[in-house]
Design a protein. Structure first.
Length: 78
């Protein structure tokens, strides 16, 4: 465990206080859950971006390979 000191805007702090009071969990647990969720969200965003980039690369390569196969097929049929 690490101890962390942070500054929150008043509106965010008040909302956190309302939520933790309503769901009856410690503020620390709530903030840990929120950060864990946000980390997973950002990890998925990075993965989505990476997959999109790799998908474009594979798509370009696939078109090139398809053209080669079409030429081979044309040569065989002649």
């Amino acid at each position: 465990m690490k101890t962390l000191s942070l500054k929150l805007r008043d509106d965010i702090f008040k909302e956190v206080e309302r939520v933790v009071h309503a769901i009856r969990i410690p503020r620390n647990a709530y903030i840990n859950e929120a950060l864990s969720f946000y980390n997973k969200l950002n990890q998925r965003r990075r993965l989505k971006k990476q997959l999109h980039q790799e998908s474009r690369i594979v798509g370009t390569d696939s078109l090139g390979i398809l053209e080669v196969f079409e030429r081979l097929n044309d040569d065989i049929l002649e």
